[in-house]
Design a binder for this molecule. Structure first.
Ligand code: GRF
Length: 240
């Protein structure tokens, strides 16, 4: 049997205050006989179409990563069915007593499951709870989310409806790092969607959703390839 000693750059995506700090946080490790593949932990509460788009992009060789585990706070969520259908590790973890966040026990359960799956990046794909304290500390700078508006406009719920009600002519979607704010972390990528005169909230939401399936896999691929660095609030893309 061949044992190869490979020196691997462990890509870290911790939000850094300066480029130097980011470079500093890069670390090197030795790995024996293991070709370490970037691992994703995916969290979702809904149907999981963004997760499916990312999984399809992995299968098509467009994202150099594998899904370590899929977790949901909703037992019957479509995202868990998608994961099972693809024979990926998945788990329903009850969220506890709160409506909009995880309680402490649940938070510990999510952190433990993600650590056990040895994930490098947490991908929120329609996870309907705000992540706090210990969860954020455990994965600082390594959590990303997709939001259905051009942030910082229209954070929070039903952003497509907020955009329509406000009368903007262009909206879209945003992939961003997650920090302690709501839909507030550094922006990784955005894609626009025109608002049409005859749009309803549903038609606009549908077109935003379609564009998300293009943007999210591209951003996750760039993260997995180590092409993303963070300079203050600015996220820089560089070709590897
Ligand atoms: C998407 O619209 C995303 O922007 C928001 O939640 C929705 C998830 O949809 N964060 P799906 O479960 O991926 O289909």
């Amino acid at each position: 049997m061949w044992f190869k000693v490979r020196l691997l750059a462990v890509r870290r995506f911790q939000t850094a205050r300066s480029y130097n700090e980011f470079e500093h946080r890069r670390s090197l490790c030795y790995s024996i006989g293991v070709n370490k593949l970037f691992r994703l932990g995916v969290l979702g509460s809904g149907k999981g179409s963004n997760f499916a788009a990312i999984a399809d992009a992995i299968d098509a060789g467009k994202i150099p990563a594998q899904v370590g585990v899929v977790l949901s706070d909703v037992e019957g969520a479509g995202i868990l069915a998608h994961a099972r259908g693809r024979e990926m590790a998945s788990q329903f973890i009850p969220p506890g007593k709160f409506r909009t966040k995880l309680d402490e026990d649940a938070e510990r359960g999510y952190v433990a499951a993600l650590q056990a799956a040895r994930v490098d990046l947490i991908v929120l794909a329609g996870f309907m709870r705000v992540l706090k304290g210990d969860f954020l500390r455990a994965f600082e700078g390594r959590i990303v989310n997709i939001h259905p508006s051009l942030l910082p406009s229209f954070p929070g719920l039903e952003s497509w409806k907020q955009a329509l009600d406000h009368g903007v002519k262009v909206t879209g979607c945003t992939v961003h790092f997650v920090d302690a704010g709501v839909d507030a972390g550094p922006i990784i990528g955005q894609q626009t969607v025109p608002v049409l005169d005859n749009d309803t909230p549903e038609s606009l939401h549908q077109r935003i959703h379609a564009v998300e399936h293009d943007l999210y896999p591209k951003c996750v691929a760039a993260l997995a390839r180590g092409e993303i660095s963070v300079l203050g609030r600015r996220v820089l893309w560089r070709k590897s």
